[in-house]
Design a protein. Structure first.
Length: 246
């Protein structure tokens, strides 16, 4: 069953109005007809199972058949602070991170970041990143739409992370898998996690020093060196396995 997101203001007592780009997608891409069933989320935990009633030029009217509380989110809010990578790697990272349960992605300009996001194109880039996050959220049947923020400096990313309950920094030179396992086990009960991933060149020594000074947990993901597009997804997979509720 295809799934769409709407604002709470679009939800009535018995009907839901779909507007925006989803109208074209439903009519002209999916070629759906009146009488077909769709699922609609309010961006929280409420799930609406509906039947398409009207297909109009600017909107689609769906009749609510069933309302369910369908929690698909992890019990913790995870923010991925991703060192800006080269090429289109960030798009892949966003897509897969959303599938794995992340709630927010922050592109971070770090000392060893080779790539930069052109300041003249940043608005359009972030708009595209959020479109990718939306598409991935639909595919993964998420309850919420994760957001991609404007890029931050390392200093800004550290300050933002300090507002969260736990800050983890997987680092290629870190040692001690037992310590990593203990840190991850201790994440049960926290409400928010900041996960920092370095760019292709890895973290600069000064960045790791600052992270430690701020009380961040520097951990290892194993004895192998992971690419930047792999490291965050590996960590998120571990979090999902450890923290997912029945």
């Amino acid at each position: 069953m295809y799934r769409f997101f709407v604002e709470p203001s679009q939800i009535g007592e018995k009907k839901i109005t779909i507007i925006g780009s989803d109208v074209n997608h439903i009519k002209n891409v999916l070629r759906m007809k009146c009488g077909e069933k769709i699922a609609i989320s309010d961006g929280q935990e409420q799930e609406y199972y509906c039947i398409i009633e009207k297909l109009e030029d600017e909107q689609i009217i769906a009749t609510i058949e069933e309302i369910a509380m369908d929690r698909k989110e992890l019990p913790v809010r995870i923010t991925l602070f991703q060192g800006i990578p080269k090429s289109d790697k960030l798009e892949l990272i966003i897509q897969k991170a959303v599938e794995l349960g992340v709630c927010e992605i922050v592109p971070v300009a770090m000392k060893r970041s080779v790539a930069k996001i052109d300041s003249k194109k940043v608005d359009k880039k972030v708009e595209r990143f959020n479109a990718i996050a939306l598409s991935a959220a639909k595919q993964a049947k998420r309850n919420v739409i994760p957001t991609v923020t404007m890029p931050m400096s390392w200093k800004e990313a550290v300050a933002y992370g300090k507002t969260m309950d736990a800050c983890l920094v997987p680092y290629e030179d870190a040692r001690g898998m037992a310590h990593t396992k203990e840190v991850i086990r201790n994440l049960h009960g926290v409400k928010s996690i900041a996960l920092y991933i370095g760019p292709e060149g890895g973290f600069d020594d000064d960045e790791i020093t600052q992270a430690k000074e701020e009380g961040f947990q520097v951990i290892t993901l194993g004895k192998r060196i992971l690419r930047t597009e792999t490291a965050g997804l590996a960590a998120l997979s571990i979090f999902m396995y450890e923290l997912e509720e029945d």
